[in-house]
Structure formats: structure tokens, C-alpha cells
Design a protein around this ligand. Structure first.
Ligand code: SF4
Length: 230
């Protein structure tokens, strides 16, 4: 059974905040698109979870991901002068409402350092605008009462820059966590509204069936048609 038990995960918080129907829609429908990119991302994450020796990674792109990720992580750790207890792929819960699995978490006295890897090419929100990172930070302060400050890094080994960072206080993250929890509860009520948009619909399994997305696409095409017809 899925460890998330049909509940919101940190990686889906932004989509759930933007479209309350997202969670139930993805429980109802299977993803029909290509899964090869996601599978490749999982393989690259596994190399970091298991700290596979570089010389044992045969594929060139996977090797580059591992080298750059480990360099970025080390740069952050040295800058922060942090040397604490490290956990990889720990799943943390906000009560029984929602959860997140953290690629890398290091706890050192009253400070925490979290890193999230984006192992595929493509655009991602930098750390200071990244809702998934805020959700992960919220889970850390919720589960570890001694943590007062959380440092977060978004590591993109195939992009430039290789990593971006941000830090948040305990109070800021607890307030965010409450907001995310309310969104997750609303999303599990009967018939939450579907609100279409590029961010939330991009990876939603309900794409082929969703009237709200259909309307958005039709309106956009009509608008574009009028613009070129002028
Ligand atoms: S396709 Fe878009 S609007 Fe429809 S449920 Fe999914 S995220 Fe919401």
C-alpha cells in the first residue's frame, strides 16, 4: 500500500493549494502519459539514497548527477558549518493529515539542513520560491521541537546554478504548515472545486477528463485565435 495512504505529500502541496480537486482527481485516475523520465529520476535519487560509489555508476548523466549533487551538498554543509545526524529518505508526518519524504535531512542541535534533489533537466522554482521546500521545512519543525531554524537547498545537478538556498524560522514554517494542513483537509472534503492552471494541471492524472481544464484550454485557444485574427 502507498505509504502516503491517499493523503497529500509535500511534493503536491502547491498543486493542492492551487486546485483543491487535485488530490481526489489523482486518486481516481491513473497517469496515462510516459513514465520513463520519472523512472530515470527515481534511479538517480536511489544513487544518492544509497550513496552509490561514483565509479560504480555506469551511465554518464547519472554519474554527473551524483558528482554535482554531492559537491553541492558539501558546499552547503561547509558554508553552514553543520555536522549533525544525517537521514536520507525519511518520511515525516504532520499529525495524520499529510506527509513528505525528505531526500536529505541533517539535524544539528537547534538547526536543520534539508536538501531536495531535482535530478532531471527542466525548470524548477528556486529555493526561496519553492513551496515543496517550505512544506518539507514545516514537517521538520513539527516533528523536532528543538529545531529553531531550517536551511533548505534545492539541488539541480544538471542546471546552472547547481543549487539555490533559503532559510526559515520555526514560527514561519509552523504557520505555513497550518496553511498546508487546512488545504489538505479541504481537498479531502466531498466535491472540492477544480481550478485549472498550468502548474497544477501539468502532472495531474485527470487531464483528459477534467471539464475545468477543458474550459481553460478552449478559452485560451479562442483568445489566441482572436489575437492572430486581428
Ligand atoms: S486537471 Fe487541473 S483543474 Fe482538473 S483536477 Fe487536475 S489540477 Fe485540477
Amino acid at each position: 500500500m502507498d505509504e502516503r495512504d491517499g493523503k497529500m505529500s509535500a511534493s503536491k502541496v502547491e498543486a493542492v493549494m492551487l486546485c483543491p480537486a487535485y488530490l481526489q482527481a489523482n486518486q481516481k485516475f491513473e497517469w496515462l502519459g510516459d513514465r520513463s523520465a520519472a523512472d530515470e529520476g527515481t534511479a538517480r535519487h536511489l544513487n544518492e539514497e544509497e550513496q552509490t560509489p561514483i565509479e560504480e555508476i555506469g551511465d554518464e548523466d547519472r554519474r554527473r548527477c551524483a558528482i554535482q549533487s554531492r559537491k553541492a551538498l558539501q558546499w552547503c554543509r561547509e558554508t553552514l558549518e553543520i555536522d549533525g545526524k544525517i537521514e536520507r529518505e525519511a518520511r515525516l508526518w504532520w499529525d495524520e493529515d499529510w506527509s513528505g519524504q525528505l531526500d536529505y535531512m541533517e539535524l544539528d542541535a537547534n538547526r536543520a539542513f534539508i536538501a531536495d534533489y531535482k535530478m532531471l533537466r527542466g525548470e524548477h522554482e528556486p529555493a526561496d520560491k519553492n513551496v515543496q521546500l517550505q512544506a518539507q521545512g514545516a514537517l521538520v519543525v513539527k516533528n523536532y521541537p528543538e529545531i529553531e531554524e531550517v536551511f533548505l537547498a534545492l539541488i539541480e545537478p544538471l542546471n546552472d546554478p547547481t543549487y539555490t538556498t533559503v532559510s526559515y524560522s520555526r514560527d514561519f514554517l509552523l504557520a505555513k504548515g497550518e496553511l498546508f494542513t487546512n488545504a489538505s483537509k479541504h481537498a479531502l472534503e466531498p466535491n472540492p472545486p477544480a481550478i485549472a492552471g498550468t502548474k497544477q494541471c501539468k502532472w495531474c492524472s485527470a487531464q483528459p477528463y477534467c471539464p475545468s481544464l477543458h474550459t481553460l484550454i478552449t478559452e485560451t485557444l479562442n483568445k489566441y485565435g482572436k489575437m492572430v485574427g486581428r
